[in-house]
Design a protein around this ligand. Structure first.
Ligand code: CO
Ligand code: CO
Length: 320
């Protein structure tokens, strides 16, 4: 998508821009001085759930997630909203309140923004954070032998699509919503405390798409253990009915050539790993020598996590 502007901005002309023009990452990083850099990102999307408050909270958690994926601490944000003119004022208020309370929970102040009229609602944030210029996470640092750690289960795309088709169970939606609203703040803080070799957040490109970004930018392979990958309760049953958002099929098309699946896995099981996530968890590559320290740090802040595989030296992703 950025191809048309390539060539206009030369990396060499922006020495303070540590991340943004060369290898793709979760957010741009601009160095201020020896101790400080700012991380900046934006994200917005159409409603994923019916409740306007939850939608606002999920959109805000998702927007802040790219700052956390870089190891940054967000502090400032702006609203971006496109809303139908006939939308009841109460719904608009709930969307913005959901976003604001989530930002407040993150220690982030929303200091304005911009709203336009549009047929389909869209909402999200521009988020700004601080990070140390030498201690932020990139996608390109994974090393063979590292453990692959995921901090939220998968299944949000298939579950919210089932909701849209009115076949989702209420408790399955509630579970997915709780996870999507959860900030990646504590996962990021643990990783900063312990140190990780690579990090990203799992969003629209699915587990395997974002995993491939880590694999290709780190020049490594990845090995996932199917049995170790966590899913929300309803995900597998919706997958068996082949209820997926369109993005899941795009992801399969783009990324399947890089993946070798165990032939025992069904089509539905494979598709779950291509399922786009909204406000998904962080994926880390962690030196196995740091596993105990990570476990202790995670326990201290009650951050769940799953070890779902390891980094290999091959250039492919294996799932078995
Ligand atoms: Co991201
Ligand atoms: Co993003």
């Amino acid at each position: 998508m950025l191809r048309p502007i390539q060539g206009i901005f030369q990396a060499a002309e922006y020495p303070n821009l540590l991340v943004g023009l060369d290898e793709p990452d979760d957010a741009a990083v601009w160095q201020l001085d020896d101790e400080r850099a700012i991380v900046i990102t934006t994200d917005f999307f159409t409603p994923v759930v019916d409740d306007p408050y939850d939608y606002g909270a999920i959109a805000a958690a998702n927007s802040l997630s790219d700052v956390y994926a870089m190891g940054g601490k967000p502090f400032l944000a702006l609203n971006i909203a496109a809303l139908p003119p006939d939308l009841p004022a109460q719904i608009l208020t709930e969307i913005l309140r959901g976003g604001a309370e989530k930002a407040h929970e993150a220690g982030v102040v929303i200091a304005g923004g911009h709203t336009i009229q549009d047929k389909e609602p869209k909402y999200g944030l521009v988020a700004v954070g601080f990070v140390h210029p030498k201690r932020f996470f990139r996608k390109g640092g994974a090393r063979p032998g590292d453990l692959l750690i995921l901090t939220k289960p998968l299944g949000f795309g298939t579950t919210t699509t089932a909701l849209k088709r009115e076949v989702a169970k209420e408790e399955d939606v509630a579970e997915a919503v709780q996870w999507m609203k959860r900030l990646n703040r504590w996962a990021s803080e643990i990783a900063l405390q312990v140190g990780v070799n690579a990090a990203t957040d799992i969003t629209g490109y699915s587990l395997l798409g974002h995993a491939w970004e880590i694999a290709s930018l780190s020049h490594v392979g990845l090995h996932f253990h199917w049995e170790a990958i966590p899913f929300t309760a309803g995900a597998k049953s919706y997958a068996e009915q082949f209820i997926f958002p369109g993005g899941a099929f795009d992801n399969r098309l783009y990324f399947q050539d890089h993946v070798r699946f165990d032939p025992k896995l069904s089509e539905a099981e494979k598709m779950l790993l291509f399922d786009p996530q909204t406000s998904g968890g962080l994926l880390f590559a962690l030196d196995p020598q740091q596993q105990q320290a990570f476990e202790q740090a995670a326990e201290n802040v009650h951050q769940p996590y799953w070890v779902i595989g390891e980094v290999t030296s091959g250039g492919v992703i294996e799932v078995n």
